[in-house]
Design a protein around this ligand. Sequence first.
Ligand code: ADP
Ligand code: ZN
Length: 366
Amino acid sequence: MAEVRVNLANHSYTIHIMAGIISQVGQLMKDMPLSRKALIVTDENVAPLYSGVLADSLAAAGFLPFVLVVPPGESSKSLATADKVFTQAISMGLDRKSPIIALGGGVIGDLSGFVAATYLRGVPFIQVPTTLLAQVDSSVGGKTAVNHPLGKNLIGAFYQPQLVVIDPLVLDTLPERELKAGLAEVVKYGVIADYDFFDYLIRHQEDILARRPDELIEVISRCCQIKAAVVAQDERETSLRMILNFGHTIGHAVEGVGGYSEYNHGEAVAIGMHGAALLSSSLHLCSTAASAAVKQLITGMGLPLTAPGYGTDELLGYLARDKKVVDSKVNWVLMQDVGRVTITQDVSEEHVRAVLSQLTENSNKH
Ligand code: ADP
Ligand code: ZN
């Protein structure tokens, strides 16, 4: 079993990563100061696959689990769905020590975390992430939120889980496209922090795409370690934590221009990382070899490099609106080498335009 300790000021916790561990969640909860009633929140796709084994493991450890199933997809990250979870929590009489358990991808994690953060001003929160994206990204960092019709993630809180349990075997049922979306964030961790890990990804890309448990455990634990180290130094997202946004500046713009439907988050981040790599080499911050290596790994993971036909001006409009913009300047996370990034606002619009036009050329069919 791999374990990653997330050290934070007042609320440290452990991420347990092991094949088959979903059937041991109850056991792991046994020594925690929890009430017996537990609320498992999941979605309609995940419930038939894994809610039974999870609920059974809780029951075997003496808990009284209830499974609340919500529709899959981003539309469940809403105040209306949160209200349904609150209603369930109140009507089943959950108290301050009753755990809320998120079983699902990022949507379920964000929604349940938001409810756990605010119900009775905060109850124990446990995460059992079932997408690669949620396992490598959402299980560390403590960001919880729901969307508002006027914008995504506008209502939320920083709230840390008390326990995170990651079973790589649940990824067997994950649609291919969702797996690859998670791999975009995985590539990101290599680029921002760890040349050796990046090299590992190059050498093991086939095993990873074939979902071999040993390689998945290595990948998930490395990503969690890297993110935990960054977050421990910068819990509330000031400066250092910005490096986690590598590829996300252009990525968010691509998602926005595509109406959050054409490319999923991971695909948009892949395009954004390619853009950030091109920008870095065009500014001579890194070598062309370093930027080419990033491009090659993105392709190797089956992810897109470009968004053919997208409008450069429209993308630029989104860049200016990104919430990482301070004083109307974009904070660019750029590469100095594979494994090393820097943050700069010193990028001319001319350079950005040149990169965006490379990313959107119609001949760039991928
Ligand atoms: P994320 O933000 O992590 O990509 P979502 O919560 O939107 O996640 O999940 C993506 C999709 O994958 C949803 O339709 C969800 O129901 C489905 N899903 C999540 N985990 C699994 C799994 N282990 N097997 C099959 N489908 C899954
Ligand atoms: Zn992301």
